[in-house]
Structure formats: C-alpha cells, structure tokens
Write a protein that binds this ligand. Sequence first.
Ligand SMILES: Nc1ncnc2c1ncn2[C@@H]1O[C@H](COP(=O)(O)OP(=O)(O)OP(=O)(O)O)[C@@H](O)[C@H]1O
Length: 276
Amino acid sequence: MGLVSPKTEVEFDLNGHPSKDAQTAKKVVYDTKDLNLWYGKDHALKNINLSIYENEVTAIIGPSGCGKSTYIKTLNRMVQLVPIVKISGDIMYRGKSILDKSYQVEDLRTRVGMVFQKPNPFPKSIYENVAYGPKIHGIRNKKILDEIVERSLRGAAIWDEVKERLHENAYGLSGGQQQRLCIARCLAIEPDVILMDEPTSALDPKSTLKVEELIQELKKNYSIIIVTHNMQQAARISDKTAFFLNGEIVEFDSTDMIFSNPTDKRTEDYITGRFG
Ligand SMILES: Nc1ncnc2c1ncn2[C@@H]1O[C@H](COP(=O)(O)OP(=O)(O)OP(=O)(O)O)[C@@H](O)[C@H]1O
C-alpha cells in the first residue's frame, strides 16, 4: 500500500502528511515523502510517507527484513554509507530536505543521535565516552566538560551508579549500564532527535525496564524513533506506531489505535502473533 492510513482527517491529509491543523498543534520533526530505497535491485523501502512529531515516541514495528532499520538509517543518512543504495522521494527534517546535496550531513549528525542494538561504548573511561562528542565539537574547558558529563549521565539515569568510577573503563559496566552510557553519550551532543534501533534487544528484563522508563522521561525533551521487535514494548512506550511489511507501511496511527483497533487485517494478524 505505501500510504499511511488517514484515519483522522484532522491529523492527516489524503497522502498521509500532516494537515495544517495538526502541524500547528504539534510540530513535525521529520516528514518523509514518497520515499523509495533500493539496495542494488532489492527494493527495500516502497513509497514511504510518514511524519514524526516532536516530543513523541514513534515506534517502528514489523517482521524481520521489512525495512525498519533501513528506514531509521535514512533519517540520519547513515544508509547512504552503503555504496549500492539508491533513493528517490524526500525526507524533510525541520522543514529542510536532508537528501538535498547542499545539506551538510555533519549538521544532521549533531542534531540526530543514534543508539544501536548492541551497546557500543568506546574502549575508554566512562567519562571519556561522554566527553568525546563535546570534545570533537571543540569544547576543551574541563569545568564545562565535567558539567556536560554529569548532566548527560543524569539524563540517562546512570549517574548514581557510575559517579564514583567515572575514570574506569566503560567495558566494566553491565550491558544495561553500557546501553544507558551510550544514551548519555548521545545526550552529550544535545541532540534534537534520538534514533534507537532495537535498543533493548540485547538486555535482560530489568535493564530493559530501566531503558523503557528512561525513554518515557527523555521524550519530554527529545523526539524519539524506536525500532522494536517487541510489540509489548511498542505498546508500553510509544505514542505512535508504524507497522512495516515488505518495505511498505501498512498502517501508521496512534499506538492505542494500532493495538486496539487496527484498520488493516495484516496489522491485526501481526500484533496478534499470527505471523512474524
Ligand atoms: N547493507 C545492505 N545491503 C544489501 N541489502 C540490505 C542491506 N541492509 C539491509 N538489506 C536488505 O534490505 C531489506 C530490509 O532490511 P532491514 O535490515 O532494513 O530490515 P529490518 O526490518 O530492520 O530487519 P530486522 O528486524 O531483521 O533487523 C532486507 O531484504 C535486507 O536483506
């Protein structure tokens, strides 16, 4: 299908883009328009139309290989690191096309942070992991760096656990702590958006809960897009959910609607576990 189901006419126009009313009510961070992506001949994303709103958690769900990771990697242009990738359509971030040749990818990367499936701290101290981004951006003042490190670690709900061991290697932390450290590293560059690609799939249930609580807290200040295989997780923490299948969006709506009253039979079959 490719088009977003326009369930609420106040919110979406017939192409699935936000209506004027909706745009004034809540700001759109990303507006994806007729996006198609190919890996060589493999058509991985098909006519994607999707709007991401400010201070919301948007979940991307769907079975393996449906294009979830590919889609979020288009939002920071990471997918274009793959040489065989071809893209058509457009992605507007804060009103500007990020696919335009004149758009500076470095600017995008300072506005859009990313957290991956497997925690990937650098083989450095906890402090250095968080201070790394600000240092790259030219901040050298120790007092300012100390403040950023503390603020970011607090923001990622891990300060109390690490404040006595800031100069120890990050590899000494548990998996769940490492993932929150990676979130702190992301916060240190003061992003606008945080992309999360299955951020809890390598974590135990307790650490997963901590990261989920953290995501709820972070959405007050950031817009979050999360890819997850875990439908309970999407239902628990997201405001909107997009269901992807075979590179298309079958349905995009408020998470409540997707999980309680989906429009498309395929969405219902997926969320009730009939496939995937
Ligand atoms: N670097 C790549 N080169 C070629 N094809 C790729 C590449 N990355 C992904 N693909 C293909 O694009 C399609 C979508 O993959 P993608 O990883 O986006 O799906 P996904 O929904 O995130 O899957 P999963 O849930 O298993 O992570 C698949 O057919 C996959 O094989």
